[in-house]
Design a protein around this ligand. Structure first.
Ligand SMILES: Nc1nc2c(ncn2[C@@H]2O[C@H](COP(=O)(O)OP(=O)(O)OP(=O)(O)O)[C@@H](O)[C@H]2O)c(=O)[nH]1
Ligand SMILES: [Mg+2]
Ligand SMILES: [Zn+2]
Length: 307
């Protein structure tokens, strides 16, 4: 029998069977993780083969994991050698962006987008907490959304608490499996609760001292909505360490640069100082946004993950 892992608590996995029954499963034996060094062998979203245990009511043993279409891993910023698999087989990743409480920086957005490009997962920016914005802040948000839309990313603006802007979001997630990411306190769990009243994820006010979230959600969990719509709530991202991306590959993960890469004079151009660099020319001409290019440079040098 086959099913989809919707929750993992370390030793137990909650699996949704093909006929929409829930069954608690355990893992027996060692699983090779497709050469990936991860701290967990199975993630939310994995399709697994299981066998019901004899004599045990309603529990089963996972015997196999189906090949993954894609996966999202988060590298520990402190330990280069360990990575945690957040989810597998997702159709899209939504980043909840908040201009304040907490502030999501452009550098953070760009790191997230580059990671999604590397994982080959379409990314969507969802600006949340729009109810908190002044007129000026709203204009600033619209300018950012315009910038990312022009690069090709879908941008939406919502308020999870006021439940505004949710209809386009509902249309976007319908029939798909979507991962919801963002800083702690950005409102991921609040949004889940707003999308379906049967979902009751715990939420917490952000700390008034640090203006940051308090990491209320501690493990990824998948929720089933009507119409085969799956949403994955995840713990807030503190820092985003990039998965292994070679220097020469990095520009490929910026769609607005990717289109130009054949046009630089040198085929191994790093787009930093080389003569005849088309990327630099477009930055100077203003067609590549300066903030994006700054993010490129900061990722290239491997400096701060935290802006
Ligand atoms: N004003 C306002 N507050 C919001 C909005 N969405 C969420 N919040 C508040 O932000 C706080 C944090 O929300 P959570 O849903 O717990 O945030 P989270 O992203 O799940 O955080 P972690 O689980 O820690 O990663 C709560 O007090 C919410 O009520 C919004 O649209 N507007
Ligand atoms: Mg949460
Ligand atoms: Zn170049």
């Amino acid at each position: 029998m086959k099913g989809k892992v919707i929750k993992s608590t370390g030793s137990w996995y909650q699996v949704l069977t093909e006929d929409k029954q829930l069954i608690e499963c355990r893992l027996r034996g060692k699983f090779r993780n497709e050469g990936l060094k991860t701290t967990n062998p199975i993630a939310v979203g994995d399709w697994v083969v299981f066998q019901v245990e004899e004599g045990e009511e309603g529990t089963a043993i996972i015997t196999d994991i189906e090949p993954r279409e894609n996966y999202v891993i988060r590298k520990s910023p402190h330990n280069k050698h360990s990575a945690h698999m957040i989810a597998a087989n997702v159709d899209q990743a939504l980043l909840l962006v908040t201009l304040k409480q907490p502030r999501t920086s452009l550098g953070f957005i760009d790191r997230f987008l580059v990671s999604c490009e590397a994982f080959r997962i379409p990314a969507v920016l969802v600006f949340n907490k729009t109810d908190l914005l002044s007129e000026d802040e709203r204009e600033y948000q619209e300018a950012i959304a315009y910038l990312y839309t022009s690069i090709g990313y879908t941008c939406l603006a919502i308020s999870a608490t006021e439940q505004t802007g949710l209809d386009p979001l509902k249309a976007l997630i319908k029939g798909k499996t979507s991962l919801i990411s963002g800083h702690s306190g950005a409102g991921k769990s609040t949004l889940l609760n707003a999308l379906d009243s049967r979902i009751q994820q715990k939420t917490s006010e952000i700390s008034s001292f640090a203006n940051k979230g308090v990491h209320t959600t501690t493990f990824a969990e998948m929720f089933l909505l009507p119409d085969d719509t799956f949403l994955i709530d995840t713990p807030g991202i503190k820092e985003l360490a990039l998965v292994d991306i070679e220097e020469e590959e990095l520009a490929h993960y910026f769609p607005e640069m990717r289109a130009l890469l054949g046009e630089c004079r040198f085929h191994n151009c790093t787009h930093v100082h080389e003569p005849g660099c088309e990327v630099l020319a477009q930055v100077q001409a203003g067609t590549i946004p300066e903030t994006r290019y700054e993010s490129y440079l900061s990722m290239l040098s491997g400096e701060d993950n935290r802006r």
